[in-house]
Ligand binder design. Structure first.
Ligand SMILES: NC(=O)c1ccc[n+]([C@@H]2O[C@H](COP(=O)([O-])OP(=O)(O)OC[C@H]3O[C@@H](n4cnc5c(N)ncnc54)[C@H](O)[C@@H]3O)[C@@H](O)[C@H]2O)c1
Length: 278
């Protein structure tokens, strides 16, 4: 474990029905002021943790928000919270590993929002924390790669059809793990390294169309994923002192969310490439 990305942590360390209005509600509300005023923002993985904080931060910054997540009920709750803060918000259940669901959900929310200015892809999973490579089941490897690498590919593929040319933004949330450091999980570190390469490749391909693409690489953040990951590290024999040190230094989801809001805003038009947070 090193730097801001200790190896026990993800930062360095049921398919829901695709029908419309999974807790939808009006996707537009009254006029608002803020960094994202008038912007239509999709948060993929917005039901929990960093994604949930991002939904609320985008709403507070004036965006109309669509929340997509495999946890359809959680997505509905997050959208309801955004609406009670005065934002337009809708929600849909989607498994990012299933192309038809990703395509259908993005088509539906683009219609509901009247277009899409930014897609913030936050969804991800952790697994195999603390496992020796000799003990990593190929099924676990395949699942983590499917969600953490094929998922962002599918979201990018279908988001690119909708993002506004000229000032569209796509952010893929990766990790410092697999980019600046190793990871305590073999598949997780590999998936996040792959996501980083995907974002750099898309940034070059989509830039001529006026679509800005970033990889955002957080350090270790206090979320349900992180708490499960620390538990798994302990069970798999990672030194308790190292796990406790990570636990004591966790960052807040809100601090990543505010950077995602900034990236989704046109004020970040001059930013290029990879962005890291603590
Ligand atoms: N928490 C950290 O320390 C940390 C550090 C670096 C990077 N990250 C990354 O940040 C992102 C968010 O993580 P978090 O810690 O907030 O986790 P979290 O578990 O709190 O939230 C992840 C969300 O992704 C959703 N999701 C999982 N699989 C999905 C699928 N197949 N389709 C659609 N949605 C799915 C979950 O339902 C959940 O709402 C992840 O990509 C994670 O790898 C987290």
């Amino acid at each position: 474990m090193s730097g801001g990305a200790p190896s026990a942590g993800p930062g360095g360390g049921g398919t829901p029905p695709p029908g419309p209005g999974v807790g939808g509600g009006p996707a537009s509300a009254g006029p608002s002021v803020g960094l994202l005023a008038g912007r239509r923002v999709v948060v993929v993985g917005g039901a929990s943790g960093i994604g949930r904080a991002t939904v609320l931060a985008a709403a507070a910054a004036g965006a109309a928000v669509a929340v997509l997540d495999a946890d359809a009920a959680g997505a509905v709750e997050a959208a309801a919270e955004a609406r009670s803060a005065g934002a337009g918000a809708c929600a849909r259940g989607v498994d990012v590993t299933v192309e038809a669901e990703v395509a259908g959900a993005l088509d539906a929310v683009a219609a509901e929002l009247g277009g899409v200015d930014a897609v913030l892809h936050v969804a991800g999973i952790m697994g195999g924390q603390g496992l020796d490579v000799r003990d990593v089941p190929v099924e676990l490897w395949a699942r983590v790669i499917a969600v953490n690498l094929t998922g962002p590919f599918l979201v990018a593929k279908h988001a690119a059809r909708h993002l506004s040319p000229g000032d569209g933004v796509l952010v893929l949330v990766g990790s410092k793990a697999g980019v600046q450091t190793g990871s305590g999980s073999v598949p997780y570190g590999a998936s996040k390294g792959g996501l980083h390469g995907l974002a750099l490749t898309l940034a070059r391909q989509l830039r001529p169309q006026g679509i800005r693409v970033h990889a955002l690489c957080p350090g270790d953040i206090d979320t349900p994923l992180m708490r499960r990951s620390l538990d798994e590290a302990r069970v798999n024999g990672t030194d308790g002192g190292r796990v406790a040190a990570i636990e004591a230094a966790l960052g807040r989801p809100e601090d990543v969310a505010s950077v995602l809001v900034l990236l989704a805003s046109p004020v970040s038009a001059g930013l290029v490439g990879t962005v890291c947070t603590g």
